[in-house]
Design a protein around this ligand. Structure first.
Ligand code: ADP
Ligand code: MG
Length: 251
């Protein structure tokens, strides 16, 4: 069997000279990024630097105005068919979980597989239970999100994304809304996912996570990628003044 951790040559996500404006405000400036299948990228940088915007452009929650974004060979354009295709391949986990509060954990997990993938309910439920087991909360399946801790809700959010069998997972500060004692249980799930070979782009300031799994760390500031390097070099030997300043503030 092939090594699930292996990075292949297939480009899963590619951003070429991507630019985006919010009105007059130039939020992403000539972003270039290539992510191969199986690679794990950590994105960090000060608040307001454009991290969320960049990550949200990759599944078209935000629209870029200039440049190319290509996900698993599909270019993101106005074409709704392409947007649908990309969204099927891309899972996303947000800071604030974004679970449906009026649906049980299990219903949250089977909704998209049943309605988008047309999976029979039985099959969708079986798969959801397997994934809830993987994130270690099968016993919470019939509860509502509000009855769960933040860490449990975030693990449901991860399981829910995985129910669509994504080829790439986007994480936008998945632990920053959590109480400290719950951060580890979510990071553990993310580390496991990384070891299983998932392609991952994670906006996070969890440097332990970055050092454990990241192939590359990207530092953004002012809508630009200022620096990128493998984690050891990035943390031990940051090149740019802005990176040094940022690291001195968070480490
Ligand atoms: P980060 O995730 O790095 O904190 P964001 O991508 O959220 O940064 O935001 C980058 C900049 O764009 C910030 O200055 C923010 O205020 C601005 N911004 C974000 N979303 C919008 C929006 N929907 N409309 C206008 N400005 C926005
Ligand atoms: Mg953000």
């Amino acid at each position: 069997m092939s090594n699930p951790q292996a990075v292949t040559d297939h480009l899963m996500v590619e951003l070429r000279d991507v630019n985006k404006w919010y009105g007059e405000f130039h939020v992403l400036k000539n972003i270039n990024l290539q992510v191969k299948q199986g690679e794990k990228i950590v994105i960090c940088g000060p608040s307001g630097s454009g991290k969320s915007t960049m990550i949200r452009c990759i599944n078209r929650l935000e629209e870029h105005q200039k440049g190319d974004i290509i996900v698993n060979d599909v270019p993101l354009t106005e074409d709704l068919k392409n947007i649908e295709l990309v969204r099927k391949d891309v899972g996303m986990v947000f800071q604030h979980f974004n679970l449906f509060p009026h649906l049980t954990v299990l219903e949250n997990c089977v909704l998209a597989p049943i309605w988008v993938k047309k999976l029979p309910r039985k099959e969708a439920e079986k798969q959801a239970m397997e994934l809830l087991e993987r994130v270690k909360i099968p016993d919470q399946a019939l509860k509502y999100p509000g009855q769960l801790s933040g860490g449990q809700q975030q693990r449901v959010a991860i399981a829910r994304s995985l129910c669509m069998n994504p080829d790439v997972m986007l994480f936008d500060e998945p632990t920053s809304a959590l109480d400290p004692e719950m951060i580890k249980e979510v990071l553990d799930v993310m580390v496991e996912l990384a070891h299983e070979g998932m392609t991952m782009l994670c906006v996070t300031h969890e440097m332990g996570f970055a050092k454990t799994v990241a192939d590359r760390v990207i530092f953004m500031d002012g809508g630009q990628i200022v620096e990128e390097n493998e984690p050891h070099e990035f943390f031990e030997n940051p090149q740019h003044e802005r990176t040094q300043l940022f690291l001195s503030q968070i480490l």
